[in-house]
Every structure is written in C-alpha cells, then in structure tokens.
Ligand binder design. Sequence first.
Ligand SMILES: Nc1ncnc2c1ncn2[C@@H]1O[C@H](COP(=O)(O)OP(=O)(O)OP(=O)(O)O)[C@@H](O)[C@H]1O
Ligand SMILES: [Mg+2]
Length: 473
Amino acid sequence: MRIENESEKLKNLLKMYAYILNEINEGVHAVDEHGVSIVYNRKMMEIESMEDEDVLHKNLLEVFQFMREEDSTLLQALRERKTTKNVKQTYFNDKGKEITTVNHTFPIIENGEILGAIEIANDITKMEHMMRENILKKGDTRYTFDSIIGDSSAVQEVIESGRRASRTNSSVLIIGETGTGKELFAQSIHNDSVRVGGPFISQNCAALPETLIESLLFGTSRGAFTGAVERPGLFEAAKGGTLLLDEINSLEPSLQAKLLRAIQERKIKRIGSTQDISIDVRIIATINEDPVEAITGNRLRKDLYYRLSVVTLFIPPLRERKEDIPILVRHFIQKYNRLFQMNVKGVDEEVLQFFTRYEWPGNVRELEHVIEGAMNFISNEDVIAYSHLPFTIRRKSPLQPNTFAPSAAPVYMHIGDDGGDGDLKSRVEAFERHYIREVIQKHKGNISRAAKEMGVSRQSLQYRMRKYDISLQ
Ligand SMILES: Nc1ncnc2c1ncn2[C@@H]1O[C@H](COP(=O)(O)OP(=O)(O)OP(=O)(O)O)[C@@H](O)[C@H]1O
Ligand SMILES: [Mg+2]
C-alpha cells in the first residue's frame, strides 16, 4: 500500500516537472549517457522546428545529421565532458521565423560517472529585435533602391514601382514574407522622396502590447491616466518624414480604425486630449501575409486596407525568384569579405545546387545569415563548401546535396506545346506556364481559387500570369 502511494506521488511529481518544462521560455534538451533524448520541451520544439515524437527516445545521431561530431555540443558534453557556454545561434524555424538563442550545454556527472547531458537554449530574439529597432529609431536609414539586389523581373518591377511611389505622398502597403526586404523598400522610398530630410521612424506593431502602441503612436496628454505626461506620439515625431508601421495585421481592429481616421483626416488627438493636431507624415505599412487572407481572418480591416493600398508593393518570396540567388550570394560574400577582412571567392557547385533546392522560409535574411555563418567557419579555403554551411541549415536537408536534380528532370518533359527544351530553368518555366493555365481553366478564371490550389498568394499568381503573358479569356 505504502509503495503504491509512493509511486503515485512520484508519477505526479514527474507530471508536474513535465508541465513546468513545457511552460518555461527556455528550450531544454537532455540526453542520457548513450545520447538518447529523454527531455525535449515545447520551447525547444519551437526553436528547432522539430516534434518531440521525432526526437524523444531516439539517439541524437539518428535524428540530427551532423557532419562531424564536434558539431553537436550535446555529444561533446557527453563524450568529452565538455561544457560550452554562451554560444549564440540563429535559427529559422519552418515558418521562416528567425530565432536567436544563447545556448549552454553541460554534462551531468555524479560520483565521477556521466549520467547524461543537457542543452539549455535561451531565446533572446526579442532583445535582438529591440536593439535593432533602437538603432533604426536613431535615424539609421542607410538603404536606397541601389542597395536592393536582384536581377529577377519580379524584383526589378517592385523597384520600379517603389521609385514611382517615392515621387508622391500616397500611403504605401508593402506585402511580403519575413526577410524579403520590406524594411529595405520602405527606407528606399523615404530616401528617394522629398521627405529625405525628415525623420524615418519605424514601429513594429507586433512588438508591444495594445495600450502601449496606442500611446506611442498618438501621444498622451497630462491626466489621460495615472501618471500620464504631456508627450507627443510617433505621428508627431515623424513630422515632415515617414512613419513605417510594421506588421499592421497584428494591430487590434479598434486601433486600426483609429489609424484609418488619422490617415484620412490627417489629424490626431493625443490620448486624453480633445485637441486636434495636424500631422504631416507619409505612412508606409507592411504586412507579412496575403492581405486578402488577413481581411478574411479579421486581422486587417478592409477600409484600412483600401486606404493604405493606394500603392501596393508585393515582394515575392525568394523561393519564387531563385534566379536572384547567385547575385545575392555574391553580394553577401562581398559584404562579409569587407567586414571580416577575408577574400572568399564564391560558393562551390554543390552549395549552389543546395541553395537552389532549398525553400528559404526566412528568405533573403536567412540567405544572408547562412553566408555570414559559413564565412565564420571557413579557414584557409577561398570557396564556401557544403561542410562550411551552418549546421542549422544542413540539418534541414534530409537529402545529400549530390542526389539533387537529375531524377526530377523527366517531370518537366513532354508538357504540351509550350516548348520546354533546353536548360532546367526554361523547362521549369514551361512547366509553370502550362500548370498555371490548367489550374486557371479548372477554376474558370477565378484567380483567388486558382492561387489557393497552387498554394501561392493571389499577387504572386498575378505576377506569374503577367510574366508568362497568360490572360483570362
Ligand atoms: N533584395 C535585397 N538585397 C539585399 N539585401 C536584402 C534584400 N532583401 C533583403 N535583404 C537583407 O535581408 C535582411 C532582411 O530584410 P528586411 O529587414 O527588409 O526584411 P523584412 O521583409 O522587413 O522582414 P520582417 O518581416 O521579418 O521584418 C536585411 O538585413 C537586408 O540586408
Ligand atoms: Mg521588417
């Protein structure tokens, strides 16, 4: 009886530990003395884009592909009893979200015997973001259209529209996934406009709680609430310049309504005041999802959307303009050659193939991180090889890079009378053209439905239709 009671207690205690582990904001990964994972908490799943069922009760070497054992700090802790502290790592999870962690890894030793090893990952993404935003707020607006790299017609078109937009004062809505360069375009528009002498203020609407955002944007007047002081908001601070409202879809609808009013009337009231203040700012907003989906999901008010989208710039994800990869790679290698005083010449064929196949959920930002990571790793060689790539990206490719391509080629053959002879690129294009026509026909010209079936945004489908000269007859 007593024993049953004790084991019941123990069971409950273990359950409690499991709850605690899943609630904390640190990633925890523990392995036993054989390298078999015994703890893998929720935060770690988020950081590494893995499911616990894929990791738990399996050996590390089975789950993660390490080029060399030294790549795994956990294995090092186990085999060499080595503690690694303060290793900063940037991951991109499968949603493209950038996560920066500081990791500690250490062995668990009792009476001289090794019991296992633990890795604790501290998510410092928010801190990093805040630091970056502070830098921006100090007026660091370096980018111009000349710093936007990309040969693809898609990027060239967006640059062209951006340049046209900088001649006016109209609101601009920039649509694009994370890391596609929305901030770059916003800064370029500001720097190319007559407002260049004024401030460029960027505010991320997702970073702060609702009430703070509101007082930050509109300002407060004395007595608005306990402790409120007379303070101008960003609308006033950006006078004569540009106000970038980042991730507009994460603002509460009620605040979106206030924003709409401000843009329409060109006037605001500080919170707690009845006095109108005229504003003189250009508004640029960004959204990291398809606005139509945001409207349907009640994350974006339709009226605000119409108001903001006088000019819309859609920046396609990197995976839809892979022809930009080589020039971006060159650009980032040059950048880090300068910064690190190195003389790297390029990437080898294997890496280029891998880059072309990879989906880049974190887009250009992720590509830049990968190059920077590789250049930290490279020693005497002057070309980046697959083994130099950061482990976090290699881990995401279950296939070896050598197995790329040839097996995929036959799919693109015999696809009707669209042509399709020649190199892979033209075959892929021919396939795309054919596929788009087919799906549009199937949906009787309904672009939204066709886009949905293809798993691309409406904008991206429309861009492709223009590119391939496909019209709706
Ligand atoms: N076309 C490009 N040419 C050169 N650099 C680029 C390009 N696009 C993006 N980058 C680089 O990628 C990084 C991310 O760009 P940016 O901050 O503008 O992305 P974003 O779309 O605002 O992403 P998020 O939605 O996550 O805020 C920048 O540091 C910039 O250096
Ligand atoms: Mg941004």
